[in-house]
Design a binder for this molecule. Structure first.
Ligand SMILES: Cc1cc2nc3c(=O)[nH]c(=O)nc-3n(C[C@H](O)[C@H](O)[C@H](O)COP(=O)(O)OP(=O)(O)OC[C@H]3O[C@@H](n4cnc5c(N)ncnc54)[C@H](O)[C@@H]3O)c2cc1C
Length: 293
């Protein structure tokens, strides 16, 4: 049974910030509620006040301005996967959003809730990391900007203070010669939490070499991690589309990630999974990029 709670619906951002300040650590936000309803049913919510953000229209947007993509915390996974802006200028994020849960979860669940959860399995997180996203965190006193990689302090923990909420994510729009993608492995094809996931961003030089790489893995550590050594391997690849070379570069991930055994998979399985996921997604993305050139 769900415990009795005090409920407040914020109708705009100003009201949300006032409620956040008024109730501080006694309150918990609810956006799409896909995660919160499960937690409430399981008695995992210690706060006794709910502040509902789902009516705050100012948080639900996707726009591109002067080469920067801005995504509101209230944008749903369905919004992101269907957005022509995100598909064109941050494909990894559109692909990640399209792989979250099933249609019901994607219609309700928001990117703000996915990131604020701070789960190492959150699918949008590696995509935001490789796109070099910044999180806008707002309270009644103003907004601070935190690079997404610095947002997480542990599993389920972040730098968010009680009176703050996530309002926006923004990242440089990818353009010609830049590609990004996302891959995920779970117990099933759909409706499944990631056993392992990967996102990457590559900038391709005129000679078809990768001149810049960012790679991030989820579900292999207490927080989503960047794989700097694997990135270096990709930057050393010859300008040939070779499965063996790409698989060889991806193999570095085996050494670089340090997952644990848990209910969903063993550590060794996860290591194999990240290598395979990265190699396949990278080969496919590079093949289509070179084909277009
Ligand atoms: C059946 C099922 C399948 C799922 N599959 C996946 C999956 O494949 N991949 C995946 O990544 N996740 C999955 N999830 C988890 C969840 O649906 C997503 O993380 C979703 O994006 C959460 O967003 P929400 O808006 O529903 O968050 P809510 O449930 O409303 O909130 C989640 C947390 O975020 C906080 N919060 C929400 N918005 C803000 C904000 N703007 N500022 C500060 N804090 C905020 C809330 O206080 C709460 O602590 C699944 C969940 C279920 C029930």
């Amino acid at each position: 049974m769900i415990k009795e709670l005090e409920y407040h619906a914020a109708h705009d951002l100003k009201e949300a910030l006032e409620l956040a300040e008024q109730f501080g650590p006694r309150k918990r936000f609810l956006s799409g509620g896909t995660d919160m309803t499960v937690r409430l049913k399981e008695g995992l919510v210690k706060e006794d006040i709910i502040v509902d953000l789902s009516h705050v229209a100012e948080l639900r947007f996707v726009r591109e301005e002067s080469g920067v993509v801005h995504v509101g915390a209230g944008a749903t996974h369905a919004d992101l996967s269907a957005s022509p802006i995100v598909r064109q200028h941050g494909l990894a994020l559109a692909l990640a959003a399209s792989r979250v849960g099933g249609p019901q979860i994607r219609n309700m669940g928001t990117i703000g809730g996915n990131v604020a959860n701070a789960s190492p399995a959150g699918d949008t997180i590696p995509a935001l990391i490789v796109l070099d996203a910044v999180v806008s965190i707002t309270s009644r006193t103003g907004t601070r900007e935190v690079p997404i990689i610095d947002f997480f302090t542990g599993p389920g923990r972040s730098v968010l203070a009680a009176e703050e909420l996530v309002t926006e994510f923004h990242f440089p729009a990818t353009g010609p010669g830049e590609l990004s993608a996302f891959g995920k492995l779970g117990a099933r094809q759909a409706m499944t939490i990631s056993t392992a996931n990967v996102a990457f961003y590559f900038r391709i030089g005129g000679d078809r070499r990768i001149v810049e790489a960012r790679i991030a893995f989820g579900s292999v550590a207490p927080t989503v991690v960047r794989a700097h050594k694997t990135e270096q391997m990709f930057c050393q690849l010859p300008p040939l589309l070779s499965w063996d070379a790409i698989r060889g570069a991806a193999q570095m991930a085996w050494k670089e990630v340090a997952p644990i055994d848990d209910l969903r998979a063993t550590a060794v399985y996860r290591k194999e999974a990240v290598v395979g996921l990265l190699a396949e997604a990278a080969y496919e993305a590079l093949a289509s990029c070179w084909h277009e050139r």
